[in-house]
Structures are given as structure tokens and as C-alpha cells.
Design a protein around this ligand. Structure first.
Ligand SMILES: O=CC(=O)O
Length: 334
């Protein structure tokens, strides 16, 4: 990684972050590393002195989609060169708008893939073996249950259908192979035969055929206009009544109303969702009341190591942009 030779704090480039700590702030433990490379400034400090500070900011580090990047903010930052995102999905950003200000963008695909794949497998296993339900039985005062109450679904030998076979999807296939699953996948472009063979994955050109055969369907696509509500009533009805839907992409990839109805009426067996629309769901949402649903709070990459690696990847991208070098994980508008 490029690193500045010993320079004074006031000569460091200014990096804008939403806040430090709190619900939508960068982690305190990342601050010393960031401060080696940048003069850090929070949104609160920027808003207090927008005119002076705005001219100095050269980079933004987005943590969990914050701060919101809109025209007004971009206009207040005339020397902004780069925005680094702390994840892989860029659906919260108007890439064309940002590019029109001559600002480069980067995401963090290297840091997130394994951890997000782990989240997908954790949800698959937890749903298959009803871990949340049995945990609740185990800690209940009576600890009273019949065997039928805790029968799960066997994972070995079951078929996993992966929709979206990018970096994360492929890492899920690697994990599923180790769990002795049969693997189907759908992707815009087919993987190389050697890559398919390495994980024993079979390509389904049509999503429908994957949905009809899979015992577990895992959604790993980016949210785009094409994938918005990709899984609706029709698709859920194509799935087996014994099948489980796992979503680690974005909530809006699923028609949530159709999902609630499918779960309530046994159209599918269960769902395990790391993402919902919105996040978090309103506390009275129907999905929160269903026994056959597991919901996690966009856990994706949230491990100590992966979050730190994300910050390292962001710094690498920002420094490259500020030094006129190619960005390792540049994202271009489509
Ligand atoms: O949601 C997580 C990511 O976009 O990487």
C-alpha cells in the first residue's frame, strides 16, 4: 500500500466521515489507523463550519451508507476527489451524479466476501436446524417440547440454489460443497467450467428451474433495477413447499408482502433474512411475528477483522485516488 513519508498532521489530506462511534459512525478502533493517513473530520464538524472545512475535504469514507451523498453535499466539497464505501453494494449511491462532479468511487470487495459468505451459511444452517426456536425452548422455564417440534432439515445431500455467483456467491458454493450439498447457480454470465467443477456447481440459465429444484435458495445479487423484487409471488410459488429462502443481498430484491403471505400459508417452509426493506423493520411488521423466520440486522461483514480490512481497503483506494494512481476497487457508473 502507498504510504506517505513522515508528514505533519496538518499536511494530511482531509477525510470526511459521518461520525465516530454511535449507530452510523466508524469504529473507534479504526481511528488511529485512519489518523496515520488523514486529518479526520466528522459531518457535525463540517456542518458547523461548512465554508472553510468544505474546501479542505478531499475524500469521504462512507460507513453503513452514511453520510448521505447528495448534490448539496457534493457542491459544498469543491476539492473532493474520492468516495470510498465500506461494503460492496453501491445501490445507495447515485453513481452518475457523483461521477459528474469528477469524483471517483471505490468499494471493498476483497474485505467483505468471506465474511458475508459465512453469514449466508450461518443463516442456512440456523434455519435448517431451527437454532433460534430451539434456543428459545432451551432457555424457557419449562424446557418442554416434543421431538417433532425440533426436527430440522438435513443439509448434506440437499440442493442449494445460489442466485448471483460473484465473489460472495462463489465463496458460498465453496462452503456448501464442504457441507456436502448439491449446488445450482444462476448468474448473468456463466462461470468458467473449471470454476464450476471446483465447487461442483451446475449452471441454471433460467432462475425458474433453479427455484423449482432447490431446497435452499440463497440470494446474493446486487440491487439494481433488474433485481428489484426479483423474488415475488410467482417465484415463491415455483419453490418447493419444503424450501427455505435466504437473503444476504438487499431487502428490496424480495417482494416482502408476497414473502409474508408465502410464509404464512406454507408456500415455502422458512426464510432467513440478513436484509429487509426497510432496515430495521417497523416493530409491528408481520415478518417479526413468524416462527419460521430468522432475521439478523444486516450482519453481513460484521466481524472485527473484516471491518478493519474494509477500512484498510478504503484507505488504499483513497490514497491511490489522491495520488493519481489506479484505484484497486474502483466502481464506475454503468
Ligand atoms: O451489505 C454489505 C455490502 O454491501 O457489502
Amino acid at each position: 500500500m502507498w504510504a506517505p513519508a513522515c508528514i505533519m498532521e496538518e499536511e494530511l489530506p482531509w477525510l470526511l466521515v459521518n461520525e465516530v462511534g454511535g449507530i452510523r459512525g466508524i469504529l473507534h478502533s479504526h481511528v488511529p489507523f485512519l489518523k496515520k493517513h488523514f486529518h479526520l473530520i466528522t459531518m457535525k464538524e463540517f456542518l458547523e463550519n461548512r465554508k472553510d472545512v468544505g474546501k479542505k475535504v478531499q475524500a469521504i469514507y462512507l460507513w453503513w451508507h452514511k453520510p448521505v451523498i447528495d448534490k448539496e453535499l457534493l457542491q459544498s466539497l469543491p476539492n473532493l476527489k474520492v468516495i470510498a464505501n465500506s461494503g460492496v453494494g453501491m445501490d445507495h449511491l447515485d453513481l452518475n451524479l457523483i461521477a459528474s462532479f469528477g469524483v471517483k468511487m471505490a468499494n471493498a470487495p476483497r474485505a467483505v466476501s468471506s465474511t458475508t459468505a459465512d453469514t449466508g451459511m450461518a443463516l442456512l444452517l440456523a434455519s435448517a436446524r431451527r437454532l433460534v426456536e430451539v434456543h428459545n425452548i432451551s432457555i424457557s422455564p419449562s424446557m418442554d417440547y416434543c421431538e417433532a417440534d425440533i426436527l430440522g432439515v438435513k443439509v448434506a445431500g440437499a440442493t442449494l440454489g445460489i442466485i448471483g455467483m460473484g465473489r460472495i456467491g462463489y465463496k458460498i458454493a465453496v462452503r456448501a460443497k464442504a457441507f456436502e450439498m448439491n449446488i445450482l447457480y444462476h448468474n448473468r454470465t456463466r462461470r468458467k467450467v473449471q470454476e464450476e467443477q471446483a465447487v461442483g456447481a451446475t449452471y441454471c440459465k433460467k432462475i425458474d428451474s433453479l427455484l423449482q429444484q432447490a431446497d435452499f435458495v440463497m440470494l446474493v445479487v446486487s440491487l439494481t433495477p433488474q433485481t428489484h423484487k426479483l423474488i415475488g409471488k410467482r417465484e415463491l410459488e415455483l419453490m418447493k413447499p419444503t424450501a427455505t429462502l435466504i437473503n444476504i443481498s438487499r431487502g428490496a430484491v424480495v417482494d416482502q408482502e408476497a414473502l409474508v403471505a408465502a410464509l404464512q400459508t406454507g408456500v415455502i417452509r422458512a426464510a432467513a433474512l440478513d436484509v429487509t426493506a426497510p432496515e430495521p423493520l417497523p416493530r409491528d411488521h408481520a415478518l417479526l411475528k413468524l416462527k419460521n423466520v430468522i432475521i439478523t440486522p444486516h450482519l453481513g461483514i460484521k466481524t472485527d477483522k473484516a471491518t478493519y480490512m474494509i477500512t484498510e481497503e478504503a484507505v488504499e483506494n483513497i490514497l491511490a485516488a489522491l495520488n493519481g494512481l489506479p484505484l484497486p476497487s474502483e466502481v464506475l457508473p454503468s
